[in-house]
Design a protein around this ligand. Structure first.
Ligand SMILES: C=C(O[C@H]1C=CC=C(C(=O)O)[C@@H]1O)C(=O)O
Length: 373
């Protein structure tokens, strides 16, 4: 553990030296971790047996980038949240043209659904805000201070850019043979309570995600258990969430294959996956790059052992380690290039979507990032 100010100095130094790094904090923890690559090589994930921090794009035909632990220094610090964070309350300004273009895109998505080409598609846009790019560490601290229950990160690679985010969505967690995935979709503004009513549109768009995950996992895992549906808060909005848990058969377990089957889920792409993905790539008019991809720890070693009461020389023999992967979906994120922040926001479109309301939903979601700039 090092002091947190030293940790942020290390981030600044690494960025100035144009070397890849990631700094991140998992939901509801105060442990801030950093993985600082010692060269500027681009390492791609090949068989998903590698150990390191993975940063994967939306388009699964493109490569996922790895910061391998064997070519990096790992540093940790305890981060105490600063209480006095004042969100930026600036009025949200958007161009009428941007609104018109997004509403047209949504209307086209609904037409395709009406023609039964797909059942659901997640459509998104990229909004540009002028910022002082050199303030990125302050933006990262603001995300840490404001979003305790999110996975908050700052990732940099000189060849791919600088990304920051505070995502509410876990893609997948694996600890030894224990496996879980989250189905998160459906959105409404948070109005001070989690006791809210959901319309059929939101219930259906979330059910599509749960069904997709469950049916695709069935041949690959054992003992699937599906939780009840919950309402969860993510910044200024709430979502519907279901957890899907299972156990892995370690002899046949193949993470690369599981990821190829489930990513991108209908929470960020659509149903069926391939037709929705093609529509997104051909119609969104910008490249999502890493937005709606996933990121996190790949095959980290997790030590477990007997309880501390039993810890004597003999019992040390029972200490064992298991492999752990914790991957998050890259949502509520931005990319900073010079003095511009690109904010990425989207929403699930189904048969009963109302384009104006879907636009408003992206405006609400954009506040997660805009309030910390
Ligand atoms: C695609 C996004 O959110 C997904 C996750 C939760 C709720 C969603 C929704 O209600 O549409 C989306 O599926 C985004 O925030 O850019």
């Amino acid at each position: 553990m090092i002091a947190s100010e030293l940790f942020f100095t290390k981030i600044q130094q690494q960025y100035n030296d144009q070397l890849p790094f990631v700094a991140y904090r998992k939901p509801l923890t105060s442990d801030l971790k950093g993985v600082f690559q010692t060269n500027d090589t681009v390492y791609e994930v090949e068989n998903y047996k590698e150990t390191g921090f993975v940063f994967a794009p939306f388009d699964d035909s493109e490569s996922s980038i790895l910061i391998p632990l064997e070519h990096a220094d790992s540093l940790d610090c305890l981060y105490s949240m600063e209480e006095a964070f004042h969100p930026n309350q600036n009025e949200i300004i958007f161009s009428e043209l941007e609104k018109e273009i997004h509403i047209e895109l949504i209307a086209k998505g609904i037409q395709y659904i009406d023609k039964n080409i797909f059942k659901k598609v997640v459509l998104s846009r990229k909004e540009t805000v002028t910022v002082s790019g050199s303030n990125f560490i302050q933006f990262f601290k603001n995300l840490l201070n404001r979003y305790a229950s999110a996975f908050v990160y700052c990732w940099y690679h000189p060849k791919f850019g600088l990304w920051l985010g505070a995502t509410p969505e876990t893609l997948m967690k694996i600890e030894g043979h224990q496996f879980s995935m989250m189905s998160l979709a459906g959105t409404q503004d948070y109005k001070g309570t989690l006791n809210v009513d959901w319309e059929d549109k939101e219930k259906q768009e979330q059910q599509i995600v749960t069904d997709f995950i469950t049916s695709n996992l069935k041949p690959l895992v054992k003992n699937i258990k599906i939780s009840d549906i919950e309402t969860v808060k993510a910044g200024n909005v709430v979502h519907l969430k279901t957890m899907i848990k299972a156990s892995l058969n370690m002899d046949s377990f193949n993470l690369k294959h599981i990821l190829s089957v489930v990513h991108p889920t209908p929470a960020v792409c659509g149903m069926p996956k391939q037709t929705a993905k093609r529509f997104i790539i051909e119609n969104e008019n910008y490249n999502r790059e890493f937005y709606t991809g996933y990121l996190g720890e790949l095959n980290f070693e997790q030590k477990s052992g007997p309880s501390s009461k039993l810890r004597n020389i003999e019992n040390q023999a029972y200490t064992y380690s298991k492999r752990s992967s914790q991957l998050y979906v890259n949502l509520r994120c931005m990319q900073i290039k010079n003095n511009e922040a690109y904010i990425y926001i989207g929403g699930g479109i189904t048969k009963t979507s109302n384009p104006e309301k879907e636009w408003e939903e992206t405006v609400s979601k954009s506040k997660v990032i805009k309030s910390i700039l």
